[in-house]
Design a protein around this ligand. Structure first.
Ligand code: AMP
Length: 250
């Protein structure tokens, strides 16, 4: 199984990826973790991206695509993987499509974690304050100012992927504002539905975690019903066509 977890920073992608690793035995491929490891090891790549990451901006597409391609070719990724934090731009998504088809692989699903941005900001800011108070080490990009920039980058460059994957029929959206366990359960349901759909067992419900709209046809508002009735009546009273009138005159 090959999955993508999509969502803004702090939405819980890493935590949910770990649940999926435990349940399905997949590997988690986090581009953020890979880039941070390169920065820590002070490799040429690390030195190239260090200041970009600290600023909250996105690293160049070609750099990130190259590290993902290298990673998915390793033996532990053969059984399947979860992409966490990649793709983040449409260009990366297109590169991923090419990369997967080159290796004869397909994506199973893209799970979008939907979150309320204001609530997310409050959540992350209080976590940062808590960690600072406890004297714990923060990430270089873990401060309110950079966080705003990371959220803006998500909105502008990554959110278009929602439409991209919806068009490809791969998108499954879950409500990411619930507890970790509830979100994990929704993701499992979304994946099970996907499997059921593949075997023709069940119709899909793409908005997981929210009640689906009632199936019965909604009654139209009174004004609308009246307008339609008037139109029907006047159509019934429509004068006979000019051809018929001419015939009658003859
Ligand atoms: P993350 O831990 O996924 O939030 O990523 C931390 C930082 O790494 C981001 O703010 C970017 O600077 C960089 N990064 C991670 N993944 C990508 C990606 N797919 N494309 C560009 N930059 C990325």
């Amino acid at each position: 199984m090959r999955l993508i977890l999509l969502g803004p920073p702090g939405a819980g992608k890493g935590t949910q990826a770990q649940h999926l690793v435990a349940k399905y035995g997949l590997v988690q491929l986090s581009t953020g973790d890979m880039l941070r490891a390169a920065v820590k090891a002070a490799t040429p790549l690390g030195r190239q991206v260090e200041h970009i990451m600290a600023s909250g901006a996105l690293c160049p597409d070609d750099v990130v695509v190259a590290i993902v391609e290298d990673r998915i070719e390793r033996p532990d990724a053969r059984k399947g993987f979860i992409l966490d934090g990649f793709p983040r731009t449409v260009a990366q998504a297109e590169a991923l499509d090419r990369m997967l088809s080159k290796h004869g692989l397909e994506l199973e699903a893209v799970i979008e974690l939907r979150v309320n941005e204001a609530a997310l900001l409050r959540r992350i800011e209080s976590r940062i304050a808590e960690m600072t108070a406890q004297g714990r080490q923060l990430r270089a990009d873990d401060n309110p100012e950079v966080l705003h920039r990371r959220l803006a980058a998500y909105r502008e460059q990554t959110a278009p992927l929602i439409t991209y994957y919806r068009r490809h029929g791969l998108l499954r959206s879950v409500d990411g504002m619930q507890t970790v366990e509830e979100v994990a359960a929704q993701i499992r349901r979304a994946l099970d539905e996907k499997t059921d759909r593949a075997t023709g067992a069940k119709a899909p419900n793409r908005q997981i975690g929210k009640k689906s709209a009632p199936l019965r046809k909604r009654r139209q508002p009174k004004a609308e019903r009246k307008k339609r009735k008037t139109l029907r009546t006047s159509a019934a009273r429509k004068p006979k066509s000019s051809a018929k009138q001419a015939k009658r005159r003859r």
